[in-house]
Design a protein around this ligand. Structure first.
Ligand code: MN
Length: 202
């Protein structure tokens, strides 16, 4: 499917006269390695948005508690609409009353290595592995580093899909794996949500 079609839901939900989020009309040339980004979004409910570049869009999940660096934590991840590649740089305030109204910071970003393989250990196309509901990858971010898995556990028969985002590896002592969203700082600008909100529409 062309990015134009994949972004129809994204565009349909937004009024680009009112929000400064990218419309995705100016596709950027991708580098060799696919990108990932984790944004913190102080909307009606605080959540993290976890996005992986797959071809020419960002596949996206809303992760209420955020990714954990502790393999003992299983984090609920609910798929949201594909976003344009430019969205990885979006940080700012979405006006109240608009879709996703609230403040967004870029908490972490970087590249990832697809690691998905079949039961016999042969590599599998990453997009295909997501369609089948289980993908593994190694993140090379400023904050998140190492192997993670996304696994669909609900949503086969038309119900709302739900996935788990889990760090792979030996479990460690719990409790330190997740950032506090209100204290967390943007990897791009060093700002907190409150600082970005105060800067407003600038
Ligand atoms: Mn969001």
């Amino acid at each position: 499917m062309a990015a134009e079609d994949r972004l129809r839901t994204y565009r349909g939900r937004r009024d680009f006269e009112r929000t400064r989020e990218p419309s995705g009309q100016e596709p950027r040339a991708g580098g060799d390695e696919p990108h990932f980004v984790v944004q913190i979004h102080d909307a009606s409910r605080m959540h993290f948005d976890f996005r992986l570049q797959v071809d020419d869009v960002l596949k996206s999940w809303s992760v209420p508690k955020g990714p954990s660096t502790d393999p003992g934590d299983k984090r609920m991840a609910v798929p949201t609409e594909d976003h344009p590649l430019e969205y990885e740089e979006f940080e700012g305030v979405i006006p109240e009353g608009e879709y996703g109204g609230g403040t967004v910071i870029v908490w972490d970003n970087g590249t990832y290595e697809p690691l998905s393989h079949d039961r016999k250990g042969r590599p599998v196309d990453f997009a295909e592995s997501l369609e089948h509901g289980h993908a593994t990858f190694r993140l090379h971010g400023s904050k998140l580093r190492g192997e993670y898995a996304l696994t669909r556990f609900r949503g086969d028969e038309g119900e709302q899909e739900a996935w788990l985002l889990v760090r792979k590896g030996p479990a460690r002592s719990a409790g330190h794996g997740t950032p506090d969203p209100r204290r967390a700082r943007s990897v791009r600008t060093g700002r907190t949500l409150a600082q970005v909100a105060a800067a407003g529409e600038e």
